[in-house]
Design a binder for this molecule. Structure first.
Ligand code: MN
Length: 604
């Protein structure tokens, strides 16, 4: 976001000196006169036509929009940034304009475009959030504030983590914050070449760890693909160049083959009275790169020809099209996936298959309806657009809060983020966003997304903290399993829980649990316990042996402490150590405890 540079490059970058400069009167005039003196081109290069171009793109999906707000935002932003330059030497306003244009291409509404045009004003100019709120209202102010960095002056080393946390919190109220941030980062990544090498690597790494996964979660594939390739070019330029060279070399041959596939597919489907359009969809470089790595073949272009069949019709027409394709060309066994019946967590729906196409070469085929296609490309932006279309009056700003509430993963981030410190927050966020996800199911068929090495303990805590604390066993696909056994994609999981509200987690679950949420809940349970436990070893031993003796008198053995937690709570203690202490100091009788314990166990 902060991409403004000072005119003249000897001194500190503009963002650093801004807080001081902002306060000085005539700041903008000073900068522009300096720029003029140095013959920088900003005074002659104006992006005024850009805003009309932006409105044109916006009108494609919002025919009846009123562009006056967008024009107003442009004028305010242009004024506020006047005299500032991008590293490329262009006037700064070209950046917010490009960001707004990316969002217009996704089909976003006028409110989002307004906020996008203003997104760097509060951070980088004298224009304040209060002014912005007065001029454009709460909604736009909320969006701009959500993507505004916290200043290093006040937050020091934790500024980055806290800025990210602030953004996530703002997104929980209105997920458009994340869409603006993604478009902002996309434009910054497109223009990354103007930065120093060290900055390129730093920015590309954060993009890879946080923003690419966020784009994936929101289902905005068009942004995710481009960001990934820009990250690859920045972090592994040689691999990127090598793939580029290989792809270019075989491009004409590929196009010829895919062209033949597309013609035949269209013909066959038309004969079956299915109206479709067929799209050539080569893999993006990052996808090829990952396949090369997985296959251990860095010099091989792992990339089947791939086509998308967009069917004019409903789900049944997609299956009909699949039948036609599988009849014409033999399917490669094991490659069919039905993401219509079981959609991915980011709303994605399609049928996937690979067939032996012309000349018996494998061809990847994706089949989906128009609506699925929009959502596959634009994710939440398309879903919202479709919903708004059914909404009286078209636009539905308020509906965005509902979109946020529907995103399980975002709500999950909210739950644990409160408790994590800055460092742990970024770490956990990176983990929670890591691309390797599995979908497991409750007995009712509710899909829960978890990290790929998650265990039943994670599953229990993902459903409900209470259930996690009371979890005593698990059935996976109907079979009893260990709580530490890793879950697999598609598992049906049933948590067996103790009827007692006081059963707590086991300490070793800290090793078993993978998700930040479960880790935090377990740690919190034990830290509550430790706060109240202040008991000497001698007392513990005495209390424990009294219990063991009382059990022995009834012919029982104490194998482990856990059942005792419930009994301790019944007697008003917060944990087992306090119970032992109570026994050793005589405030409670060991025989009473054991009687209660045996009752409880036998009642199960
Ligand atoms: Mn920006």
């Amino acid at each position: 976001m902060t991409d403004a540079v000072s005119v003249g490059d000897g001194g500190r970058a503009l963002p650093e000196v801004l807080p001081e400069l902002r306060r000085s009167p005539g700041f903008a005039e000073l900068i522009s006169s300096m720029a003029r003196a140095m013959r920088l081109p900003f005074a002659t290069v104006r992006a005024a036509d850009g805003v009309e171009e932006l409105i044109k793109v916006h009108r494609r999906k919002h025919r009846r929009t009123n562009p006056s707000l967008i024009r107003h935002a442009y004028r305010v932003a242009d004024q506020a940034h006047s005299g500032q330059m991008r590293k490329s030497g262009e006037p700064y306003i070209t950046h917010p304009l490009a960001v707004a244009t990316i969002l217009a291409q996704l089909g976003l509404d006028a409110t989002t475009l307004t906020a996008a045009l203003l997104h760097d004003t509060v951070e980088d100019t004298t224009y304040t959030l209060e002014q912005l709120r007065n001029d454009f209202g709460d909604e736009v102010a909320h969006l701009v504030d959500g993507v505004t960095k916290l200043e290093k002056v006040h937050f020091g080393g934790i500024a980055e983590a806290e800025t990210t946390r602030k953004m996530i919190l703002a997104a929980a109220r209105d997920v458009r914050v994340l869409l603006i941030k993604l478009a902002d980062r996309l434009h910054n990544m497109r223009t990354l070449g103007h930065k120093k090498r060290a900055s390129q690597v730093r920015i590309a790494t954060v993009t890879r760890d946080i923003l690419v996964p966020l784009a994936g979660r929101l289902g905005v594939q068009v942004i995710k693909r481009e960001l990934e390739d820009l990250v690859l070019a920045a972090l592994d330029p040689e691999a990127h160049a090598s793939i580029d060279a290989m792809a270019n070399e075989r491009e004409s041959q590929r196009r010829q083959y895919v062209g033949a596939v597309m013609r035949q597919v269209s013909q066959e489907l038309r004969d079956e009275r299915l109206t479709v359009r067929v799209i050539d969809r080569p893999r993006h470089y990052t996808s090829i790169y990952e396949r090369q790595r997985a296959a251990g073949m860095p010099n091989y272009l792992c990339d089947n020809p791939r086509v998308v069949i967009v069917v004019q019709g409903d789900n049944a027409d997609c299956y009909a099209a699949l039948g036609v394709i599988h009849t014409k060309w033999r399917p490669v066994p094991g490659r069919f996936k039905d993401f219509i019946a079981v959609p991915k967590y980011n709303l994605y729906k399609s049928l996937h298959t690979t067939v032996f196409g012309p000349d018996r070469k494998p061809v990847d085929v994706l089949i989906r309806t128009e609506e699925m296609h929009e959502i596959a490309e634009y994710g939440i932006a398309a879903r919202h657009h479709n919903r708004s279309a059914h909404h009286a009056g078209g636009e539905c700003d308020g509906c965005w809060a509902g979109e946020s509430a529907e995103l399980d993963w975002l709500q999950r981030l909210l739950e644990w983020q409160h408790e994590a410190e800055s460092g742990a927050f970024l770490e956990s966020l990176r983990y929670d966003l890591s691309d390797h996800e599995i979908l497991v199911f409750t007995l009712d068929g509710e899909a829960i997304s978890l990290p790929s090495d998650a265990t039943p303990v994670d599953f229990a805590y993902a459903l409900d903290t209470q259930l996690g604390d009371r979890c005593i066993g698990v059935r996976v696909n109907g079979n009893l399993m260990a709580l530490s056994a890793p879950l697999a994609d598609g598992d049906v999981v049933e948590i067996l829980s103790s009827p007692s509200a006081y059963t707590g987690p086991e300490r070793e679950w800290l090793e078993t649990a993978r998700s930040p949420r479960a880790q935090l809940q377990i740690r919190r349970w034990f830290s509550d316990e430790e706060k109240t436990a202040d008991v000497s070893d001698a007392e513990l031993k005495a209390g424990k042996s009294s219990i063991e003796a009382a059990l022995a008198r009834r012919g029982r053995l104490l194998l482990y402490d856990r059942p005792l937690i419930a009994v301790a709570r019944v007697f008003g203690f917060t944990n087992v150590d306090e119970l032992y202490a109570g026994i050793s100091e005589g405030s409670i009788d060991a025989d009473d405890v054991v009687a209660r314990l045996i009752n409880m166990i036998d009642a199960r």
